[in-house]
Write a protein that binds this ligand. Structure first.
Ligand code: PLP
Length: 396
């Protein structure tokens, strides 16, 4: 068995390259999980945003901060990055000195605000509360080249994560914040996030309606409107329209907005850019009747499965499998009993120890959310050329 060393690779071309996951398995016979990076799929998603979104596309780094993901996106033309922490800003600035970082977290430490401004030249910050605005104004100079965006709360039932339970403000409070931003001498903007894994593009129209409500009642000029992330990935239990239709819905919702000529539109996709860019090969370590134990799970790269989200999968074709399928309970490698996929997974009835399963949709919140609990930490990355094609189709 050959090990591929888990290193912080900064360039996709440095990843060991294979044609298919089958080749990876034939070469490495891995009993550890392996991420298969597909730079062509990342570039394809980037192209959709760069060609169709009528503004700046900011990649939400939190979704997958691995250098190879950032590198693939940068090579595809992404130059703007939504960063939530000073370490994300430092990472992006170090890798791509020409890029622009936006500090889009509504709650920031004073030192982080100062460092971001002074050391990394960050000029965009988000607030959703008067005290955060006060904090920023005490730390960095109130100048017109610094843009403070006010985050509006947007609730829509068709999202997997409603981010507005934690962040975002009402239209009335946004009006006061904008007035104060202007009075202090900063430039102003508005933003919202419809929620992650948004299953209905209509949510953006709801967010945009709040933007309109603010614009109608405010005299503060707006430098930018940021429609956030939320663009969905492709999972087995979510039938969604393609990214282009989501962008189309946003374009439609922005029609007729009364904005200054110089005003820009931003979006901040994380999942929408990265989801299809990685899969994960996991191995069956033991079968007990209709239960299997894999070498990755909830504490590793399958954290999101806890929300009920089901990633597509296929058997790695190392042998011929029975056409008959059985619903298997799928456990992860740790000693914790919550380390189990919430729903049974239909797999070949003759699956056995040593077989490999490839899970798709791992580019988003996979590697980013893994832990080293129990000493299991999936950290091996290779590059593959083929397309990921699931054995199973999305359900209606
Ligand atoms: C401020 C902000 N922008 C963008 C994103 C990315 O969201 P998504 O991955 O749903 O596109 C998030 C996710 O939490 C976020 O909090």
């Amino acid at each position: 068995m050959k090990e591929v060393l888990p290193e912080a690779l900064s360039d996709t071309s440095e990843l060991p390259a294979y044609a298919t996951p089958e080749d990876v398995v034939a070469d490495l016979a891995p009993d550890y999980p392996i991420f298969c990076v597909r730079p062509h799929a990342i570039a394809r998603a980037a192209r959709v945003f760069l060609e169709k979104f009528p503004g700046d596309t900011l990649y939400a780094v939190k979704c997958n901060p691995m250098p190879h993901m950032l590198d693939s996106l940068y090579k595809a033309g992404i130059r703007h990055f939504d960063t939530a922490s000073l370490s994300e800003i430092a990472l992006v600035s170090q890798l791509f000195p020409e890029s622009i970082c936006y500090f889009m977290h509504p709650v920031k430490a004073r030192d982080a605000i100062r460092e971001a401004h002074q050391r990394y030249g960050v000029r965009h910050h988000v607030v959703d509360h008067a005290d955060e605005l006060k904090k920023i104004s005490e730390v960095i100079p109130a100048r017109k080249d610094v843009v403070i965006l006010v985050r509006l709360a947007v609730h829509h039932q068709a999202v997997v994560y409603d981010l507005s339970t934690k962040f975002g403000t009402s239209v009335d409070a946004a009006l006061s914040l904008l007035a104060e931003i202007d009075r202090l001498g900063f430039s102003a903007g508005l933003c919202f996030h419809v929620g992650s894994q948004c299953l209905d593009a209509e949510a953006y129209a709801v967010g945009m309606q709040s933007v309109r409500d603010v614009i109608e009642r405010s005299t503060v000029p707006l430098e930018c409107i940021d429609v956030g992330g939320g663009f969905p990935g492709r999972y087995l239990n979510h039938r969604v329209d393609d990214l282009a239709s989501y962008i189309g819905a946003i374009v439609e919702a922005t029609r007729g907005l009364d904005l200054p000529e110089s005003s820009r539109l931003f979006c901040e996709p994380g999942r929408g850019l990265s989801e299809g860019g990685e899969s994960l090969i996991a191995q069956v370590q033991l079968r007990k009747g209709s239960a299997i134990y894999l070498n990755d799970g909830i504490y590793g790269s399958m954290n999101e499965e806890q929300t009920g989200l089901r990633r597509p999968y296929r058997m790695v074709a190392t042998r011929s499998f029975s056409e008959e399928t059985t619903g298997f309970t799928v456990y992860g490698p740790t000693c914790d009993s919550v380390d189990v996929l919430p729903d049974p997974v239909a797999l070949p009835a003759d699956i056995r120890e040593g077989d490999w399963i490839e899970f798709g949709g791992m580019g988003a919140y996979g590697a980013a959310c893994r832990t080293a609990f129990n000493g299991f930490f999936p950290d091996t990355f290779v590059q593959v050329e083929n397309e990921f094609v699931s054995d199973t189709q999305p359900e209606d």
